[in-house]
Write a protein of this length. Structure first.
Ligand SMILES: [Zn+2]
Length: 141
């Protein structure tokens, strides 16, 4: 049974208390997983839109350019998703460094390892994720 989460401790404090969310070995495994995902994404990103600048700084005005060509628009949307994922991967790697990786940023509980393996960039445990989705639905997002 899940314990009721009543105490709100920040993820960082919690990580310190428990000496990190996971063992160093496990954290390193996730680091490798994240790095290989990032490598894949970057490799793919290079090949998909080679006529476009790869510099992330140029993305804000790409929406204007994309509206001109629908095909390009699709490519950019994929590209944009990949770019966002790369950012998330970088954040996850940072969390591995500061020892907060694998800790839910809402409730401070450890995130299920199976969930992390399926989606290592996640910052929410399954309970909080469900809760978040429910709230988003209620707000009509
Ligand atoms: Zn949570």
């Amino acid at each position: 049974m899940m314990a009721k989460k009543t105490v709100k401790t920040s993820a960082k404090e919690k990580a310190k208390e428990s000496g990190g969310a996971m063992s160093k070995r496990l954290a390193e495994r996730f680091r490798k997983l994240l790095l290989s995902q990032m490598g894949e994404l970057m490799g793919k990103a290079e090949g998909t839109v080679d006529d476009l600048v790869t510099d992330n700084e140029n993305f804000p005005d790409l929406t204007d350019r994309a509206s001109a060509e629908t095909d390009l628009n699709f490519g950019l949307r994929v590209r944009d998703r990949e770019r966002k994922l790369i950012i998330k991967i970088k954040e996850a790697l940072k969390r591995i460094d500061d020892g907060t990786f694998g800790i839910c940023e809402v409730c401070g509980e450890p995130i299920d390892h199976k969930r992390l393996e399926a989606r290592p960039v996640t910052t929410l445990c399954i309970d909080c994720k469900i809760e978040q989705e429910r709230e988003e639905k209620m707000r009509g997002e």
